[in-house]
Ligand binder design. Structure first.
Ligand code: GDP
Ligand code: IMO
Ligand code: MG
Length: 420
């Protein structure tokens, strides 16, 4: 049996916290796509930790974590993360398994990411510059190195050949950089990677399913950053949606049961691209300040705005969401009024479906106004004790989406989660 937790917006919905909370109910926690562009925050012994590639179940004893074939893995980042996690007394060799089919990010992938973004100028995607796009291009272009390849005596030659291809491409960008230090770190990190269990991820996970174990698939990024269904071209390079679970882990769709979607009580986006409900005013700044909306991976300020039900409704449809978790509800505690986007307007047309492109014309959000609850909620433990005005806000969203919010997160700590 497999359940899925993934983001419904443009990433950073609080997946790390929510997966860390639910992981206690599962045997295996698996990442199925993305790479070090992700930054999943959780708290361990009161200390904040940001995981980029390691699944967010890593702190539970007796559970295993899998990095699936759909992930693009940067050995350098992985080694650093493993050192950080090991400092808490976690023995990673017992808990972290890596699919031999996961693709590897090499230093020149990051150079290509930088070169491509620089060449785009004002049109840049706002990539995290972790080499994600170029690494997935090598996968679909059938050039990539995979984790299993590091065990081959031919690895150095294969690496040199791929690097030479990248260098030829970098010349066309007129881009040069010095990666000497990165390459030293890369080969050291590849040495470390060999100490972790490298497995056939698909046999590994299907065997667990056969044994009746419970699997939790942890998404990275968000549905609106999906390569097929997001706000293309301002997206990431993988399938972030439920469908990505099957191809990113090698499991059949009928094993999937609950599909839990996470949304913030408002909306954020980091990087470029359309964002109809963005607030470039005092309210936007207030959301950023109270919500501490700065990127967990890049430290960039996140763009902030009201919750967008057109986009959320679309994300629920594409993913087959069965339950919603609404995070950061506490961030809205001190607003006199709140707004919810129920449609987009283009001249006289009211649109409730996601348009083909959002960035070529100026869609205006149609906004419904709600009274704020103006009271402190972070210490509340039961749904009944939440302010009535928050319940009105939640019920409106439930009715619009036709899928219910089952949990409300009212603070960053693991236990700040209210079941409805
Ligand atoms: P992820 O990428 O989806 O895992 O999300 P990030 O970790 O990038 O960003 C979410 C941020 O919000 C982190 O700093 C979390 O600690 C924080 N957070 C998560 N849930 C809540 C919540 O309910 N309330 C508040 N105030 N912060 C939260
Ligand atoms: P988590 O898992 C938010 C955004 C980047 C950029 C676009 C493409 O923490 O939610 P990429 O580096 O993938 O080529 O960047 O996607 N992006 C994210 N935004 N959260 C993330 O991950 C993201 N990963 C990528 O800002 O706009
Ligand atoms: Mg994040």
């Amino acid at each position: 049996m497999v359940d899925v937790i993934l983001g419904l917006q443009w990433g950073d919905e609080g997946k790390g916290k929510i997966v860390d909370y639910f992981a206690k109910n599962y045997d295996v926690i698996a990442r199925f796509q993305g790479g070090p562009n992700a930054g999943h925050t959780l708290y361990k012994d009161g200390q904040k930790i940001v995981l980029h590639q390691i699944p967010s179940g890593i702190f539970y004893e007796g559970k295993v974590n899998l990095i699936g074939n759909g992930v693009v893995l940067d050995p350098i980042t992985l080694k650093k993360e493993c050192e950080r996690v090991a400092a808490f007394g976690v023995h990673l060799q017992d808990r972290l398994y890596i699919s031999e089919k996961a693709n590897i990010i090499i230093p020149t992938h990051r150079s290509l990411d930088r070169a491509s973004e620089a060449a785009k100028g004002k049109e840049k995607i706002g990539s995290t510059l972790k080499g994600i796009g170029p690494a997935y291009m090598d996968k679909t272009g059938r050039n990539a190195l995979r984790v299993g390849d590091i065990l081959s005596s031919n690895f150095q030659n294969a690496y040199n050949a791929l690097k030479a291809k990248h260098q030829a491409l970098l010349k066309t960008f007129n881009y040069t950089d010095d990666i000497t230090q990165d390459e030293i770190a890369f080969f050291e990190a590849v040495g470390f990677l060999k100490t972790l269990p490298i497995v056939s991820g698909e046999y590994f996970i299907n065997q667990k399913i056969k044994e009746g174990k419970k699997i939790l698939a942890e998404g990275a990024q968000g549905s609106m950053l999906d390569i097929d269904f997001g706000t293309f071209p301002f997206v990431t390079s993988s399938n972030t949606i439920t469908a990505g679970v099957c191809s990113g882990l090698g499991i059949a769709p009928q094993h999937i049961q609950e599909i839990i979607g996470i949304t913030k009580a408002y909306c954020t986006r980091v990087g470029s691209g359309p964002f109809p409900t963005e607030l470039e005013n005092e309210d936007g700044q207030k959301l950023r300040d109270i919500g501490k909306e700065y990127g967990a991976t890049t430290g960039r300020p996140r763009r902030c705005g009201w919750i967008d039900l057109v986009a959320l409704n679309y994300a629920c449809m594409i993913n087959g969401i069965t339950k919603i978790v609404m995070t950061k509800a506490d961030v809205l505690d001190n607003f006199d009024t709140l707004q919810i986007c129920t449609a987009y307007q283009l001249e006289d047309n009211i649109i409730k479906q996601m348009p083909f492109r959002l960035d070529d014309v100026n869609y205006q959000p149609v906004l419904e106004t709600f009274e704020g609850w103006n009271s402190e909620t972070p210490s509340i433990k039961k749904y009944d004790a939440l302010p009535d005005k928050m319940k009105t806000y939640i019920n409106f969203i439930n009715r619009y989406l036709g899928v219910n919010i089952h949990y409300i997160s009212n603070g960053p700590e693991r236990e700040q989660l209210i079941e409805i």
